[in-house]
Design a protein around this ligand. Structure first.
Ligand SMILES: C[S@@+](CC[C@H](N)C(=O)[O-])C[C@H]1O[C@@H](n2cnc3c(N)ncnc32)[C@H](O)[C@@H]1O
Length: 277
């Protein structure tokens, strides 16, 4: 993936500096209206620009698809590229379960000409599975679980799948928890840099939702998961995912109690501009 070209040409899709301007193409607003979801119009324009520049011998990987808003935008008018989408339909309790049907319907309307492979399951297990993608990932969009460990592993486990030069877009990156995960990860993993930060001015900012950061990976040595990262992956996939499953089940049974608890626990790690998440 030619990441320099991606950054150089990105401003042409906006009325001015992307941070403070809307996309030129009204299509993104249309997709946001039609497909329920969490990504904002500026993010949709960025994802589609990345997908268009992706070389055909590389793939686009999305983690965290929900009802498909970000994926429907990424694939728009991109018929000759391979898209992978990983989703476990666990978040949001029953709403997550219902998301599966809506996702299929949304892809039917917006992605019928695109080559999309939806892989259902836990992204950390899936990404560690040999042969899960048939070609190197040139564009990787992470919008899955938003804990410190999940964001760290989102980079660690994906790295071996990435092309020698890859663009990595991370959603909700204005949250302190995401930035902390990136700081810790980048300290010990060569070849990575943070190239652009489109931050939210407030929680659920209409232009940038909770912020989008663009990282670039340039391979300097063969990628493999180190022993510490393997141990963290084992913890995530054997302990943490069960804790998450219980938590989302409880959220379905006692929505009020769990919502209040989550607000208390997450308010600092997800604070934007001094505000509350
Ligand atoms: C914020 S939503 C994604 C929003 C979507 N990208 C959009 O444009 O609206 C996060 C999604 O990540 C999924 N998710 C969370 N943890 C996951 C995991 N370990 N593996 C796969 N999907 C996961 C959730 O089920 C949820 O649907």
């Amino acid at each position: 993936m030619d990441t320099r070209r991606f950054f150089a040409e990105l401003p042409t899709h906006f009325a001015g500096d992307p941070q403070d301007h809307d996309p030129v193409d009204p299509a993104w607003e249309g997709i946001a209206q039609d497909v329920a979801g969490y990504t904002s119009t500026n993010e949709l324009a960025v994802l589609n620009h990345a997908a268009r520049l992706l070389p055909q011998d590389e793939s686009y990987l999305e983690v965290g698809t929900f009802k498909g808003r970000s994926l429907c935008a990424a694939v728009r008018d991109v018929t000759d590229k391979k898209f992978y989408a990983m989703e476990n339909f666990m978040e949001f309790g029953m709403a997550g379960e219902q998301a599966r049907d809506e996702l299929r319907a949304n892809l039917g309307r917006h992605a019928q000409d695109a080559d999309v492979e939806l892989i259902e399951g836990d992204c950390f297990q899936l990404m560690a599975r040999p042969g899960v993608v048939d070609r190197p990932v040139g564009v990787y969009f992470y919008d899955g679980e938003h804990t410190l460990l999940a964001h760290y592993l989102a980079l660690a486990v994906a790295e071996p799948l990435l092309a020698d030069e890859a663009l990595v877009l991370v959603d909700d990156a204005s949250w302190p928890v995401v930035q902390k995960a990136h700081r810790i990860f980048l300290r010990n993993h060569p070849g990575w840099s943070i190239e652009a930060t489109w931050d939210a001015r407030e929680a659920d900012d209409p232009r940038w939702a909770n912020g989008l950061h663009a990282l670039v990976f340039r391979r300097t040595a063969p990628s493999r998961l180190g022993r510490r990262d393997q141990a963290l992956l084992r913890y995530q996939t054997t302990v943490q995912d069960r804790v998450n499953a219980v938590g989302w089940k409880a959220a379905g049974l006692m929505p009020g109690v769990v919502k209040t608890g989550a607000k208390v626990f997450l308010s600092r790690s997800r604070a934007i501009g001094g505000g509350k998440s």
